[in-house]
Design a protein. Structure first.
Length: 505
């Protein structure tokens, strides 16, 4: 308690509080701009911390981390353009809500869920960071394979048409993940003499093109009447009410736990957390067929999880010196730059610093609610414009976001190709989300399967028969089989009802 109180004293000084506010606001802005991920946002702020006190610099960066994770949901909902990779699942139900005239509600739920998820994980991390870091060390390649497959099992809930088309979409994403340099052997594959493909196909340009650009194409192919634009005219941001909180309390709790735990695992991050939380929301829902059509559950689950992962991702960074995500890798570099070395000795040498970081994240998440109100309202004003004005603006964001990722014109061509592919996939009933999901998880899946086989000498049993990986694989099988089992049960119930009805007559 002495160190926790010392952490509060550090975090609540006027200077640190000011930089926490500044970090939140810049984070929301960076997160809402496609192509500027949370990691890139922290990198952009890093040069401004050179002359700062070490703790103040870290507080600025972690506050920016929290703000950018939430900010990505804004453009996801309004323009179907994920501002950050963590917001990719928010598009699936957030943008349909906006098109139905419920954009204000979707934005309010996103902000509320983000704040709740962030507070939940950071408060718990104050007391559980050391034991959770020990659990994270037990995860090897086999466990990461199981997690990737569990994420891919989400495709059973993402397809609202043909399951075959959904599986084909997922396989397309997995195939795209094989482009570039092999991480195990260093051999380049499927590069076609292009420097862009030698580095692999990054999923951000694909995500921007498949979701946002294809939507512009879809709107361009549809005759837009003036009456159709009324849905964009007025947006009143509606935050989660007390009744809604109690209605979705179990969904919020599950998503927060998933996000926090996935964040603790080194090398995963908010994108994987949001995918798994969305998958679990679909699996456990009484109405899974409604996901992807504008369901509040589909906004709450990923936004709670991706923000809960921020607190979790700081655990291995601070306690083990191992980055929990790409963003925390940059923050780890900032620690070292300012003469601080995260790791097991941090509990002994600088315990107050450890708690000051978590407490500043708690403060950042509280500030995020108020910053989110003004940030969301500002961006919501853009959606009052007619679509023939919005469309070119979205196109500009698509081009800038793709190019800003690596300053490579090749990424823009990837985005354009993904936009055309996404247009035809939507038109003919294939799953855009399944393709992006396959690309996101494909590299993680391939690398860890091969690492496991190297460790076990080619024995596949070492992949499946492990204390932690085994139960996760069983959960994967259940997630895949459950929709089919449920349909069979519903058919039997309907047949039984029909038989009972005819007997009664």
């Amino acid at each position: 308690m002495e160190h926790i109180l010392g952490g509060f004293a550090f975090a609540l000084t006027p200077a640190n509080l000011l930089f926490s506010i500044l970090g939140c606001l810049t984070g929301i802005l960076f997160g809402a701009l496609p192509g500027i991920s949370s990691a890139m946002g922290v990198v952009l702020l890093l040069p401004f911390t050179y002359g700062m006190n070490g703790i103040t610099a870290i507080i600025l960066l972690v506050s920016n981390f929290c703000g950018s994770t939430m900010g990505g949901s804004i453009t996801s909902i309004l323009f179907a353009t994920p501002g950050t990779p963590e917001a990719v699942m928010t598009v699936l139900d957030g943008h349909p809500m906006h098109k139905q005239g419920k954009g204000g509600k979707a934005l309010g739920l996103a902000v509320s869920a983000s704040v709740i998820g962030g507070l939940f994980s950071t408060i718990l991390m104050l007391f559980l960071c050391l034991p959770l870091s020990k659990v994270a060390l037990k995860f090897g390649p086999a466990e990461y394979v199981a997690l990737a497959l569990l994420g891919l099992a989400a495709i059973t809930g993402l397809g609202h048409g043909s399951m075959v088309k959904t599986l084909i979409s997922c396989m397309m994403g997995l195939a795209l993940a094989t482009f570039g340099t092999d991480e195990i052997t260093g051999i380049t594959r499927f590069h076609f003499n292009s420097t862009t493909f030698m580095n692999g196909i990054h999923f951000i340009p694909v995500m921007i093109g498949a979701f946002a650009l294809s939507e512009v194409f879809m709107q361009g192919m549809t005759e837009i009447k003036k009456s159709d634009l009324s849905v964009y005219k007025k947006i009143k941001v509606e935050f989660m009410s007390k009744a809604e909180f109690w209605k979705y309390k179990w969904l919020i709790l599950k998503s927060a736990i998933i996000g926090m735990f996935i964040g603790v695992l080194p090398g995963t991050g908010g994108t994987i957390a949001s995918v798994l939380a969305y998958s679990e929301a679909v699996r456990s829902s009484k109405y899974p067929e409604k996901f992807g059509t504008g369901l509040p559950d589909g906004v709450i689950a990923p936004e709670t999880a991706n923000n809960a992962s921020t607190g979790g991702a700081m655990v291995p960074t601070l306690t083990l010196g191992i980055p929990g995500s790409g963003t925390t890798a940059v923050i780890l570099g900032a620690f070292i730059m300012h003469g601080m070395r995260p790791g097991p000795l941090l509990f002994i040498t600088q315990p107050t610093l450890l708690y000051a970081v978590f407490i500043s994240m708690i403060i950042a998440n509280i500030l995020l609610f108020f910053g989110g109100i003004y940030g969301v309202k500002s961006f919501a004003q853009v959606s009052r414009l007619p679509y023939y004005v919005q469309g070119p603006m979205i196109l500009l964001l698509c081009f800038v976001g793709s190019y800003a990722l690596s300053n490579d014109i090749g990424a823009v061509w990837v985005m354009l190709t993904a936009g055309v592919a996404g247009f035809f996939m939507k038109k003919y009933g294939f799953s855009v989300a399944g393709m992006v999901l396959g690309l996101v998880l494909g590299t993680m899946l391939e690398e860890n399967i091969r690492k496991t086989l190297i460790i076990t000498g080619g024995e596949w049993g070492g992949l499946f028969f492990r204390p932690i990986a085994g139960p996760i694989f069983l959960l994967c099988l259940f997630a895949i089989a459950w929709p089919m089992i449920k349909k069979m049960l519903e058919k039997r119930k309907a047949a039984k009802a029909a038989t009972t009805g005819s007997t009664g007559n």
